[in-house]
Design a protein around this ligand. Structure first.
Ligand code: FES
Length: 157
């Protein structure tokens, strides 16, 4: 799917391309991929629209802040890259801080416009991180539409 250039601005298009490359790079070589041994917090969940799943494991330090975080599972380019980017940012955060992270936090890390069909993909990791910090499924306002997993890369434009 061809994406409309925003405002016809060449520098914005260039930025989009950088973010797309970054997403593909995190998809191909996700950061923090695997699991933490003897985690203090863990949770796994699926994107109900496609069945893709991820599991997040977290080790806390003496001050109950994130010392180590990892994720595993399988998903599309957007869900994998989003969780890879997100987990890069969470060291040192308290459980409270994890719970307060807004959806925009992930959208800013991704840096490109996320379509309705990809929103659940983009938010899967955040939802799981929040659920892990709560120890139960986090309240979540459902949004987004079903998208074909195999088209996630093509959706990057
Ligand atoms: Fe399954 Fe994106 S997480 S299509």
């Amino acid at each position: 799917m061809q994406k409309e250039p925003r405002n016809g601005c060449a520098s914005l298009e260039g930025m989009d391309e950088l973010y797309r490359d970054q997403i593909l790079e995190h998809y191909k070589r996700p950061h923090n991929f695997g699991h933490v041994d003897d985690p203090d917090l863990e949770f796994e969940d699926t994107n109900p629209l496609c069945g893709d799943e991820q599991r997040v494991t977290i080790r806390l330090d003496d001050e109950e802040r994130v010392a180590e975080i990892a994720f595993e599972g399988h998903g599309c380019a957007i869900s994998t890259a989003a969780t890879s980017l997100l987990t890069d940012e969470l060291a040192g955060k308290s459980r409270e801080e994890l719970l307060r992270l807004p959806k925009e936090y992930v959208l800013e890390l991704l840096g490109i416009e996320i379509s309705a069909t990809r929103m659940k993909c983009a938010m899967l990791g955040l939802k799981i991180v929040k659920s892990a910090s709560l120890g139960q499924p986090a309240e979540w306002e459902d949004e987004g539409e079903a998208g074909d997993p195999s088209e996630a890369v093509a959706d990057l434009g």
